[in-house]
Each structure stands twice: as C-alpha cells, then as structure tokens.
Design a protein. Sequence first.
Length: 479
Amino acid sequence: MKYEAVIGLEVHAQLSTKSKIFCSCSTAFGAEANSQVCPICLGMPGTLPVLNKKVVEYTVKTGLSVGCRIAEKSIFARKNYFYPDLPKNYQISQYELPTCIGGEIHIELEDGSKKVIGLTRIHIEEDAGKSIHGENLGSAGNSFIDLNRTGTPLMEIVSEPDMRTGEEARAYLTKLKSILKYLDIADCNMEEGSLRCDANVSIRPIGQEKLGTKAEIKNMNSFRNVQKAIEYEIRRQEKVLNEGGRIVQETRLWDAAKGITVSMRSKEEANDYRYFPDPDLVPIILSDEYVEAVRATLPELPDAKMARFMSEYALPEHDAIALTAEKAYADYFEEALKGFNNPKMIANWILSEVLSTLNEKQCGISDAGISPSQLAELVSLIDSGKISGKIAKDVYKAVIDTGKNPANIVERQGLVQNSDSGELEAIVKQVIDSSPAEAERYKNGEKRLQGFFVGQVMKLSKGKANPQMVNDIIAKLLG
Ligand SMILES: [Zn+2]
C-alpha cells in the first residue's frame, strides 16, 4: 500500500517584548531563577492582569505579513489544567476568537519547486514556567521550579495540515522564522526555547480523503530535528499499518540521540482542557484605523524583496532567494552595491566566500570580518583587472584576518596583477622552453594542454599573471 503523510505544525514564538504579557516583569533570558516574577504573573488571588499593547501590535503585524484576516474582536480564555509550573492552574490563551484567522506561507523546496501552506490561525497566549529536575542540580529526586518564564508573551501559529514531507515542514519553519526576523519581533532561538514546534503527523492511503489517526510530536529543538522526527514518524506509522496494526492517537517525544520518537501519553490519559472566557480581561477590539496604522509599519518582506532583487538587479531566482533568506544578508548586499555596482559579482562573493566564512566562524554576517564596503572594494579590484580572481581569494582572507582594506593589502603585498605583455611573454617562453614535449603535442593539435601552460605560468608569476593575456600569448606563440 502506498501512503501519503499529512503534516500540520503548531509553532510557539516568543515575542521579544521587554516586559511580560500581563505585568511589567522583565522577559530577559538567563536571569537567576525566580528573580523576574510578581504577584500578577504568578496569578495570585486578588491580582488583575493588564494586557501589554505591544503584544497585540506584534501579533497583528505578523498576521498582516502572512495574509491573515485580523479579527475586529478577539477574547482571552482560560485553559484549565494542573501542572506544577503553572501556579494559577490555568493558562491565559485564546480559543474561539483568536486575533488572526487564515493566512498562508509560501515555501521553496531544494529542487526549486514552490508550495503554499495555509494557516488556520495565530493566537496570543502566555507561557508557563519551567520545571527543573534534580539530576541536573546535583540532588536527584528533587524538582525545582523557575517561574521567570511565566507570563512571557507567545504567539501560537497553527498551520493547516498542508505539508506532506519533513522537508516541507523544515522549509515552512525556515520561511516563518525569516518573516518573524524581518519583522524584528521575535528572536526565534530554538535552543533558548524562544521558538518551539509541535508536529501533527498522520498517514493515509494515497487517494483517500479521510485523515488517518495522528500522533503529535514534541521536543524537537532544531529545524533539522523537526525534519528527521517527521521522517521517522512517517516510516514508523507505515510499518505499523503494513504489519496489520493500528495507529493510536498519542503524544510522542523526539529522542534526538537515538533518532526515534517514543510514546509519552495516549489520548486516554491526555489533558482534557476546559476553556472559558477570562473574566479579568476585556475583549481586544481592533479598529480598521488601528490595523491600517500597523500595516503602514510593515517592512519589505522576504517574498517581495526576492521579487525586487530579481527585477531590479537581474539576479537569478536562486541567488535572490538565498540573499533574502535573512534580512541581514539582503542589507549587506545592498550596502555593498553602493560601493561597487555589479550585483551579480557581489552576489557571487556573498553566496560563496562570505557564507562559508559565516559557517566556519558560526557567526552573523555583521561579524564576518569584512564590511560591505570592503567587499565592494575587493570586487572592484577584480573587475578592473588589478588583481586576478585567484589573488582576490588571498586578499579576502587577509581582510578577514587583519581588518585592513583590500586596496591597502594589494599594494603592501605587491599583489597587483601583471598585465605587462613583454614580461608575460618572457614567462610564457620560459615555460615553453622547459616543457618541449608538451609544446610539441600542443602544436600537433592537443589544445587541451592550454590549461597546463596557463597553470605553469601562474605558478611562475605567483598567481599575478593576467590570465586572459596569458591565454592569448600561449595561443600566439604555439599556434
Ligand atoms: Zn510579573
């Protein structure tokens, strides 16, 4: 039997507001346990939550960026459950009337194909605290609670079950993260828990409309792990069905070390939340004027920037997608163009050398060690024929290591390309004299030896010979 997978994602993004959602406590990461709490975020009797306006603004901003309908009226609900890291025994969330409805995210896959993933809703909620178990603190058997995170504002972005593969899920997360970073409202650090993802995965025979029984996978801490967990889960479910078993609805945890998902709880034991409207918080009422005012603050988003890079700079789609994946790359690119206006050459250098430097150093583009104007200067030195492409790579490394400007390095190290025809001809002659056999074969028509001669000339000239001129001279002397 051939199956297809049906995948939906629920993403929790922590909003980067300075204070919590219903009080003025700080949301800074890494502070001493329980140092950022007050009676309101602990939900003590007699306290009243006051909604942080920034949270609404950020959520509306996100909704508008992904084509959601913004609800005129949304309300907060209490989601009741008992858990040690939630002292008031309910979480304030949105249920029947969320702030953003519908919407879509456009994804690009590695083979160049594109797909649109629908969104169900985006709603606002508060985060719970964190339980820390004793084995990490040297006192096994004890458990500790850190409530600093309680009341941190979250957006929950719920997709439609439109994805079919782990790769699509990963592309969706990548695009979503890119949009949130462009909006500058969430830092999306999966390791610090500021972006968390749960995946609902089911399979069904190809051609069947009805959905299969789903498993929810939690505990994935990188985009790569989301993809791997989903791929594993699809294979697991296929195996169960092929062996005549049935899928049970359950929550499963991803074990990254073993590369498998394991059962955490079945539906029978799962929490049965009771929701009801929170009487302490008034409905959020958003006027058209408010929504339009927020829309006016939207920056140019990845898809629009990509289209503009293709039309304005005549870049191929692949380059435009890669350069706009992160706003910082796009800004760097456009800044470099101010120094030297050759979009394709600048793009090539960013997408090859600069990105591999970022990979090596594991840093952002602003810490690469070469500024946009330095890259522009380097590329203009190549374009004007002052240095060869090969020398340029050495100059690039020297800029990264020393912070000096490319022209300065070229001058100090005497790296200027040799375009003196007399000198180059002398070197070519020297090479021909020391390789008489190859010269004879070349004369007899073995033109592929051209590369051999160019290589020898480059060696002798320490990479400084102008390659175009060398080619011409070889052809002239041996032709
Ligand atoms: Zn507080």
